[in-house]
Each structure stands twice: as C-alpha cells, then as structure tokens.
Design a protein around this ligand. Structure first.
Ligand SMILES: [Zn+2]
Length: 250
C-alpha cells in the first residue's frame, strides 16, 4: 500500500465533516461472501441451474420458478452468517466518531449493521426482511430459514418474498431519496468494492458536489480518472489503516 496516499487519505478523513461511503460486493468478499461479477463470483461459477444467476435473480423468475429461486437463494444467501471484516468495522468507527454520515450500499448481507453502523442505506434491500406477497405480513430470516423449499406465510399461506431488489424491480424510492440527500451533502466521498457497473446505483455518484473522492477497488472503474486517490489494495487494510491514522489511534 502506498504510504503517501494513505496519509493523504487519513488527512482527508480527519478534515471531513460529512463523509459518505458508497460500497459494493467487494466490501464483503473479505468476509467470505461471494461477489457477483469477479472471476470466482456467482455469475461466473454457478452453472448447475441451467440458467444464469442473473436470470434467477429477476422478478419474473421469482414468480414463475419460485422453488428454483429459493433453492439458489438458500444456497448462496442464507445459512452460515459471515462476520464483518476490517472495512465494516472501520466504517462503523468512523460513524461513531461523527465523521461518516451515511453508508450507501449495494450489498444485502447486513454486515455493516452487524459491525455497528446505524445509518445504512441498502439500495438493493436486505436478506434480513421478508414479506408475504399476498397479505404483506412480515416474516423473519429465522422463519424463512426454518422452512423447507418455498416459505409460506403463517397468516394466509401466501408466498414469502425477500425484501431484496431483483432484476426488473425498481429501487426503493425512500432509500434512493435518502442516498441522494446524503451524497449531495457530503464533503468526502469514499467509494469501495464496486466496479460501478450497476445502474442506477452507480449513477448516484453524480449527486456528489463537494470535496474529495477516494476510490478503493481491485479493478479499474469508470470513475478512476475523477478520483483524488485510487487504491487497488484490500479494502479492509486501506480503510482500517486510514481510519486509525485519522482518529489518532495506534
Ligand atoms: Zn400472507
């Protein structure tokens, strides 16, 4: 890791009043969560269903092949709970220090909250909320994990759907509005673990008007040339070291 860039990053953090973190799947890979688009990510490795995972994760597929959807979903999204890594922990610490005002994430794994972050705007929903598609009754992740096959509503017997934004579905309006507000008011934008390939989520960065942008991602992104600093290192190491230095901890 470049020490000069790291100390610049720490200075930016220490000088920020309202930083926002915008993150994607790469934030969670260091916790053992598979991402979507990398070489060993879901989209390149899951072939046993005869249809690509992108198709399985669409609303049309959910309603037409609910049993296959849930087979896939249980295998890759439920089960063992991964643990927050150094990136999640550093961001939670930055929020407690009053520097980070929001986390805008494309992830659905709840790891930011598990690390203690409070203002987490989940653009693509979460595996921790479920609802009956017929009567709207809420269900817990434990309830869904306790069922076999397609989980059915305890009240009316309807199909339970995860509160996860599938392909073909719009993003939640309130989450989107809150994300736009946080980004437009931010004075430091930290972008991590995302190739910025998914719209409209990636388009949110256009609302950032002030200050500095720092990008932490293994691969190139269309945003690299506009960033003040770019790190290609592990996100947990970069954020961990920069936050420690910024908050004056050894
Ligand atoms: Zn119901």
């Amino acid at each position: 890791m470049d020490e000069n860039s790291l100390s610049k990053f720490a200075e930016m953090i220490a000088g920020a009043r309202s930083a926002v973190f915008f993150g994607g799947a790469g934030v969670s890979t260091e916790s053992g969560v598979k991402d979507y688009r990398s070489e060993d990510g879901l989209y390149n490795t899951v072939r046993q269903y005869g249809v690509p995972p992108e198709t399985i994760l669409s609303d049309e597929f959910f309603y037409s092949h609910t049993d296959i959807f849930y087979d896939f979903y249980r295998r890759y999204f439920l089960g063992d709970r991964p643990k927050p890594n150094a990136a999640h922990i550093a961001l939670a610490e930055l929020e407690r220090a009053g520097i980070l005002s929001a986390i805008v994430t494309q992830n659905i794994d709840g790891l930011h909250q598990a690390a203690g972050s409070k203002n987490v705007l989940e653009l693509h929903g979460t595996i921790f909320r479920y609802r009956c598609i017929d009567c709207g009754e809420a269900a817990s992740i434990e309830y869904v994990e306790g069922c076999e096959g397609v989980p059915k509503c305890a009240r009316c017997g309807g199909i339970i759907k995860p509160d996860v934004v599938l392909y073909g579905e719009p993003l939640d309006e309130r989450t989107l509005t809150a994300a736009v507000k946080a980004i437009s008011e931010a004075d430091l934008m930290i972008v991590g673990g995302t190739s910025l390939a998914v719209y409209p989520a990636a388009g949110l960065l256009r609302y950032f008007r002030g200050g500095k942008t720092v990008l932490i991602n293994r691969g190139e992104t269309p945003y690299d040339s506009r960033a003040d600093l770019v790190f290609r290192d592990k996100i947990g190491e970069v954020l961990g070291a920069a936050v420690k230095a910024a908050l004056g901890k050894c």
